[in-house]
Design a protein around this ligand. Structure first.
Ligand code: 2OP
Length: 344
């Protein structure tokens, strides 16, 4: 499997490359970036470790590499500021993302390729990719709450002094402020988490808050996520490459499960050969189900605003052959937010 990482010179993209190298599952890793020299440096640094990791072809490339790629990972985009929500980021990232989508189409993506969207706000950008790339929707997947879920499990393990790999707990919904913790099915090696010592409603609240703010905290401390998001991406790619049919909380176009349609959001999804093979409707508590619906409403609302901006021509893909720049024209938030909210 040839994996091309658009934004591969950056922190998320290069950590993804390293995670794929350490797992040895894919045969080729290509790093594409607006900053060509950075991509070359990251690829060379990875290559230097090949003799201890895996027999892979690792190199920097450009958008022409998309044409024979089996998996295209899009991590390019501007990072949030510590106090900025992922949805706030959309007014800075959409036209950059549309430019990337148009460049992928111009390069000629394979009909049986997969696209994994990581750039934020990932659910909205995944929806745009589904609608604009012309691939079957199952082959366009957003990282969604996969990263939030592994953070959630790791933080639960640390707080309750449990083995991290035996903690099973899900975050569903938006990869953002409206994400939903699914405590009702949380277990430790099959045993209900809520029966464990030191587990309490206060611990629940604190752990979820810590999970929800993890992205912003990492941005504040070190500028942005890298290691955890890299392994989160690797798990999705491995599930496809090996047809594991893993059940992962990734963002895909909803077809009716949980009453959700025409929105990309994270629900438990069987991921394997073909991409998102099936969405699984879990029995959720009333509170969890309401949280998921609310999350979908937040995303639908933003998608509608973005689509009307695209239709009005205020968000345009920069149709250019020059490499994607990482600095997109901003759309004044007030331009697409209702006046009442604009002062919010
Ligand atoms: C995060 O939560 C990059 O959105 C990603 O860190």
């Amino acid at each position: 499997m040839k994996v091309s990482i658009i934004g591969g010179g950056g922190l998320v993209g290069s950590c993804t490359g390293f995670a794929l190298q350490c797992s040895g599952v894919v045969s080729q890793i290509c790093l594409i970036d607006a900053n060509k020299e950075l991509a070359e440096g990251q690829a060379l640094d990875l290559l230097h470790g090949a003799s201890l990791c895996a027999n892979q072809r690792i190199h920097a490339g450009d958008m022409s590499d998309v044409a024979n790629s089996n998996m295209i990972v899009i991590t390019a985009g501007l990072r949030r500021k510590p106090d900025e929500s992922r949805l706030d980021l959309i007014n800075r990232n959409v036209d950059l993302f549309l430019t990337i989508l148009d460049q992928i189409k111009r390069a000629g993506i394979k009909d049986n390729a997969y696209v994994l969207v990581v750039s934020n706000p990932v659910d909205v950008l995944t929806y745009l990719a589904v609608r604009r790339l012309g691939l079957p929707s199952q082959r366009v997947i957003g990282l969604g709450t996969q990263l939030d879920t592994i953070r959630f499990r790791s933080l639960i393990a640390r707080r309750l002094k449990l083995p991290a790999q035996q903690v099973n707990a899900l975050i569903l919904g938006e990869h953002g402020d409206s994400m939903v913790p699914i405590w009702s099915s949380a277990t430790v090696n099959g045993l209900p988490l809520e029966q464990f010592p030191n587990f309490s409603p206060t611990v629940q609240r604190e752990l979820f808050e810590e999970t929800k703010t993890s992205g912003a905290r990492v941005i504040k401390l070190k500028g942005g996520a890298g290691f955890a998001v890299g392994v989160a991406i690797r798990e999705v790619i491995e599930a496809i490459a090996q047809d594991y049919r893993s059940i992962l909380p990734v963002s895909t176009l909803q077809m009716g499960k949980y009453g959700l349609r025409d929105v990309c959001i994270s629900v438990p999804t069987v991921v394997g050969c073909g991409g998102a093979r099936e969405q699984i409707e879990l029995a959720l508590t009333q509170k969890e189900r309401m949280g998921l619906l609310q999350s979908a409403n937040v995303l639908r609302d933003t998608i509608e605003k973005v689509e009307s901006r695209i239709r009005s021509g205020s968000i345009v893909a920069v149709a250019s052959t020059t490499p994607v720049t990482a600095h997109a024209r901003s759309i004044p938030r007030s331009a697409w937010q209702s006046p009442a909210k604009a002062n919010g």
